[in-house]
Design a protein around this ligand. Sequence first.
Ligand code: NAP
Ligand code: MG
Length: 402
Amino acid sequence: MDRIKMTTPLVEMDGDEMTRILWRMIKDELLLPFIDLKTEYYDLGLEHRNATGDRVTVDSAEATRKYGVAVKCATITPNGARMTEYNLKEMWKSPNGTIRALLDGTVFRAPIVVKGIEPCVRNWEKPITIARHAYGDIYKNVEMKVPGAGRAELVYTAEDGTETRETIHQFTDAGILQGVHNTDASIKSFARACFSYALDTRQDLWFGAKDTISKKYDHNFKDIFQEVYEAEYRERFREAGIEYFYSLIDDIVARVMKAKGGFIWACKNYDGDVMSDMVSSAFGSLAMMTSVLVSPSGVYEYEAAHGTVQRHYYKHLNGEETSTNSVATIFAWTGALRKRGELDGNKELMEFADRLEKATLGTIEAGKMTKDLALITTLKDVTVLNSGDFIREIRNTLEAVS
Ligand code: NAP
Ligand code: MG
């Protein structure tokens, strides 16, 4: 069988620990035998980030801007323990944070729904997609520990030198302070990304924030969404038969729990971080969630929503067997390949992505799965496979239908 040809390379961002091992297996078993894979490779593994002074992360984001589509493996965000473990020169920033700051944009996360893995919220019949604003707020904060009594102020100095001041708090004793920001441009592109994605996927869009308490900051999000909607999308939403509505975040959370699913939930940066973990766990597992960063300039970066699965990696290093779920990482590849195919008019590549996803889900539905899913499935008599055997079983399914 001839392997599928590609015209434009994908930007490939390799990562760390257990997911780096899955990455290699997925390429060897599920991609290279079928595709004449063209990628521009960036090693975002912590050792190489450290060796390059984290230059490689910036380079990979720039390559993504150039080519338009990237696929990323999970990576370690260093903390104190990692400084010693990897003998780091610096506590490098989160690669996801760096890439998101460079590309701007919105992260869309949707559960991968499969028969036999039922959501623990009984009324959720369809996936709920979380659209997470990927810029600003506490992820770009400036913090201070206040040592003792004194006044804290918010000061804005305009370019002509004029100052605007607000007192934050008159401290009588020690405390803490935090400064956060966002920009109208980023919020506008967040709004557009959400409205466009809703139209693309023909789903309603819900957006919640806390404008009653945050009368300027959160209110600005609400106003910008409304302006963009009225000016550019109201008519198109009507034609597509879908709806946009804004409500307080508390009300949205309550409605989500009662809903059937099948809509997009736009979240500010922190809400999206937290709520996507809740939604994915409730749908089954963090390893059954797709994640894609869509930048306002039309650039896409696909990844898994979970981390590097450190605990499994240490078992693996000890020579013990692991049963790590590779579905989210496989779907990062299929998402990227399908988008590359779409942009290049490469139908074969798009069809391969569909087939690989089907084979992955088909394998699980046939009762062959990793331990995390075996623990929660409603299917009877399932076979628990180790990390490598699960991927090889998907290959068997794929070859049987090809
Ligand atoms: P994690 O890698 O998501 O794993 C947490 C736990 O969730 C695992 O120990 C495992 O539970 C379960 N799990 C997650 N993914 C799984 C999979 N594919 N298959 C089976 N079980 C899975 O989170 P973490 O251990 O807190 O973080 C490890 C590293 O990942 C950290 O250095 C962090 O910085 C990084 N991280 C990276 C990203 C990213 O690059 N996108 C995101 C989050 C975290 P059991 O041990 O109970 O089996
Ligand atoms: Mg999170």
